[in-house]
Design a protein around this ligand. Structure first.
Ligand code: AMP
Length: 190
């Protein structure tokens, strides 16, 4: 079973991915983590990606598809994966479908954790107000969060549209409590 999980920062994607990994024995594949690992190892890919990532731009589709394709060949991906942060463009979605087809695999579910962006911003504001300044994360500001949400909306909308057109998109209410969201995911996957 191969799943794509779409959701903006603070939507609970990490928590729900951990639940799905545990429950279904899936492997979580984050292209962002793979790129950061390449940077840490100082590989040619890492050197190429570092400047792009610092600007918050997207690494090119061919490079992303190539690293995902290599990773998908490995034994720990054969039971199924959760794609996280990928696909980020329509071309990546099409490339992923073509790649999986050559492996006799497919995307079984593309799931969107649907959230209310105003509520997420209100959440981060209240978290900041309750946290002493010395303990705050550098990126826990309403301004940075708003920007990350905007980038997510701009980048992801066309990809969601691609899966909607194919009749594969499932939408889950990401504003429900954690257990309820997990339950909704389980209902879709079972
Ligand atoms: P993330 O950890 O998913 O937020 O990704 C961090 C950065 O890595 C992004 O801002 C992009 O520069 C790059 N990146 C991660 N995944 C992709 C992808 N699927 N396509 C293009 N760039 C990506």
């Amino acid at each position: 079973m191969n799943i794509i999980l779409f959701g903006p920062p603070l939507a609970g994607k990490g928590t729900q991915s951990a639940f799905l990994v545990e429950k279904y024995g899936l492997m979580q594949l984050s292209t962002g983590d793979m790129l950061r690992a390449a940077i840490a190892r100082g590989t040619p890919l890492g050197k190429q990606a570092a400047a792009i990532m610092e600007r918050g731009d997207l690494v090119d589709d061919a490079t992303i598809l190539s690293i995902v394709g290599d990773r998908m060949q490995q034994a720990d991906c054969q039971n199924g994966v959760i794609f996280d942060g990928f696909p980020r463009t329509r071309a990546q979605g099409q490339g992923l479908d073509a790649m999986l087809a050559t492996m006799g695999k497919q995307i079984d579910y593309a799931i969107q954790l649907d959230v209310d962006f105003d509520v997420l911003i209100a959440r981060v504001k209240s978290r900041i107000a309750q946290t002493p300044q010395s303990e705050r994360r550098a990126d826990d500001t309403p301004e940075i969060l708003e920007n990350r949400l905007k980038v997510y909306q701009q980048q992801t909308a066309p990809v969601l549209e691609y899966y909607k057109e194919k009749g594969q998109l499932k939408v889950v209410d990401g504003m429900a409590d954690i257990a309820q969201v997990s339950q909704s995911l389980q209902t879709i996957l079972s």
